[in-house]
Ligand binder design. Sequence first.
Ligand SMILES: *Cc1c(COP(=O)(O)O)cnc(C)c1O
Length: 408
Amino acid sequence: MTSTASRTRDYIDLHDRYGAHNYKPLPVVIEKAEGVWVEDVDGRRYMDMLAAYSAVNQGHRHPKLLAAMRAQLDRCTLTSRAFHNDQLPRFVERIAGLTGLDAVLPMNSGTEAVETAVKAARKWGYEVKGVAPDRAEIICVENNFHGRTITVVSFSTDAQYRDGFGPFTPGFTLVPYGDADALANAITENTVGFLVEPIQAEGGVIVPPDGYLKRVESILREHNVLFMVDEIQTGLGRCGHMWAHQHEGVSPDVVVMGKALSGGFYPVSAVAARREVMDVFRPGDHGSTFGGNPLGCAVALAALDVIEEEGLVERSARLGDAFRARLAKLESPFVKEIRGRGLLTGVEVTDDIGNAYPFCKRLMDEGVLCKDTHDTAIRFAPPLVITDQELDWALERIERVLMADPRG
Ligand SMILES: *Cc1c(COP(=O)(O)O)cnc(C)c1O
């Protein structure tokens, strides 16, 4: 194993001393990045196969995004929503077109956009559906990940996300993921929305059974319940479609997005919804100082251009299939299952190995950065700009690591 060189150690020690310990990062300190490659403070190069949890689908520091960001920095960065700016109108038009929905509300972090969707669904429930005051219920699924605020962890089933953070926000019901009957049975007259990830990324790259979203859609229509998808990680090409829900051709009422919306330059998130839903927000009902700022909108418009101009959606579909096909041939005694869509892949390690971290550590030593997710799966999610040759380079190393006993 490589020994940890001194600059790396110094930075890690400094952070350990003054930083909050709410993460357990791999022991690598990155100082430079370009495309699919990153370089650490001791001059080692790695391929980034996590892509900041899919926030850098366009690759690190994409030149077009860099240029758009610089140009906007020279014009105007923040106006607040007290005034209009010249970038936001084009941003909302673009997102509406991309989602097929009518109206768009910009925020910053993904979690804020999820909160926005929850607020919209509740108010729609009262004003449009006619649910009695303060009785609205939203159905979510087990093993979800939608963020970390108190309301959002109120519907998490991960004990660690909740432990010590109560009391929680009421009004959420949980059903198993992939089980449309359970959803149908959980709906009451107070149900206003159903919030779901088309693929559970943080949950371990869990792909629901074929036809699940289709059945969900028809159940929700029948009961006049909003169909809300969290595409923050799965959207924008990651899963081989612009939106992962397009795999089943469904039409959600609300789409939540973030992460790659700005290609890693700046936090930009948004909620797109049908007009009837979005119009429950009237002036003063909801807002954000930075949400919809011209810098974020300009970089997001360029980030969407890159996805379209460089054919990243098709690239993700083609390379993702090739990646999983090659891993499937490996027949490693330490791999239990390989799942995913597009360039989002989860490799579940066997029960007797039980922990994906040692593989990630070895991959790091081989020059491939990725992260264990939900303890027992290795997630591979490289920037979508990765070339065939770069993917081969990674696969050689991944194959070597997956064939070796991590305990030995
Ligand atoms: C990352 C993520 C979020 C939270 O986004 P932040 O920008 O970290 O607040 C919510 N939902 C999903 C599916 C995510 O992957």
